[in-house]
Write a protein that binds this ligand. Sequence first.
Ligand SMILES: Cc1ncc(COP(=O)(O)O)c(C=O)c1O
Length: 484
Amino acid sequence: MNGDLSRDELVEQGRAVLDWIAEYLEHPEQYPVLAQVRPGEIRASLPASPPREAESIERILEDFETKIIPGITHWNHPAFFGYFATSSSVPGILAEMLVATLDVKAMLWRTSPAATELEELATDWLRQMLGLGDGWFGITTDTASISSMLALAAAREARPELAIRERGMSGRADLPRLRVYASEHAHSSVDKAALALGIGLENVVKVETDAEFRMQPERLAAAMVADRALGYLPLACVATVGTTSTSSVDPVPAIAEICRRERVWLHVDAAYGGMLAIVPEFRFVLDGVEGADSLVVNPHKWLFTPFDCSAFFVKQPDVLKRAFSLVPEYLVTREQDEVVNYMDYGVQLGRRFRALKLWMVIRAFGTDGLAERLREHCALARKFAAWVALTDDWELMAPVPFSLVCFRYAPRGMSDDECDARNEAIMHAVNSSGDVFLSHTKLHGRFTLRLAIGNIRTEERHVALAWQRLKESVERWNDGTVER
Ligand SMILES: Cc1ncc(COP(=O)(O)O)c(C=O)c1O
């Protein structure tokens, strides 16, 4: 039999899938947040070779439930507090179904005018929500990592005298070392971008931070001066609004001033924290960003948009276009000078139609509704932080400007090494309960627990459960009822 499954099968199995989704979203607590399986277990439970004969969707869905779901770590669970907690909302899920149905490639305007124009519109809505001025061009990418890589590629292209687009970087005695600056707390995607672009890890200068994990502008300025003295070329700086470990905010206005003076491209990585600017009383988190050249925020992190959806904004789209535009004959169109062809602004040709979900999420909650949810997450984080701060033997490890709390168990008299081991043990105990999931970082060299709130369905009871599990884990250890 050729062709796709029938309409009747779609309707019948589609109903079953929708029922499953509805039940999942209503009762996520039936699953452990962190998958409780051993490496290789899921794969071993599945046939090693593909089936020759067609199988029914019904049977496949049975395996999905019994064999795949046990190996899922539930990012969409309201007690997922690891990394940066994220979530897909119902409007986003519905949009993804429509996107898969249309299967559009948003590469040329004509390959779906609505996909291109909706991307222009939805990113512009987001720009307005963030309180940014008019002069920003928006494009969606899959991740902040790629957005930041595009930013550094544009920074390189903003120096046409280097002629890197045509001549590349290797074997050139005339090319100075290109330097990129970021704080020691910047995300590893900055290093990866430098790897991918041939800038090299050695040329990512890690600028020291202050006691609150923020880049020190005077150290940045000094690093640039020292580099110039060695004949290096300061190319770009990445400032972070909401660093991954602690959600600290680099002083963007001062950094922007240095970059302007030094003619260095400033990219702001606001993948997580920048989104809070949609809340009027938190708009200040993007202060100074008008002085930057590019910015990334991730709707898939903290705007309830299913992964993937990163929004990259650039002030000089022509520079980004110069870095990447390459139009072979088979992609030439009559209208190319009048429209945006998004393939011109990045590496990919085929691009997902991400704008639909962003547009649907914004419409379905409204900007006030979205702001209210983010505000609530910050309030929950402050509440959790207060529980920690007011409890003997526990301490906060960093300020809590957003919805992330960094903390640890640190009874008086316990050595630093013992403290590290205890906190790691606490984290593993809590995560293996299956009720909540937390991750960690190291601050000032010490093991630190992180509780990140960002799921649209997280309520105070989930945060309270995390706190209860943490305290129970300490009690069980102290009672000797836990294996050491
Ligand atoms: C500040 C920051 N930048 C970039 C990233 C990378 O995000 P993505 O997974 O979208 O590449 C993260 C991930 O948590 C992040 O916290």
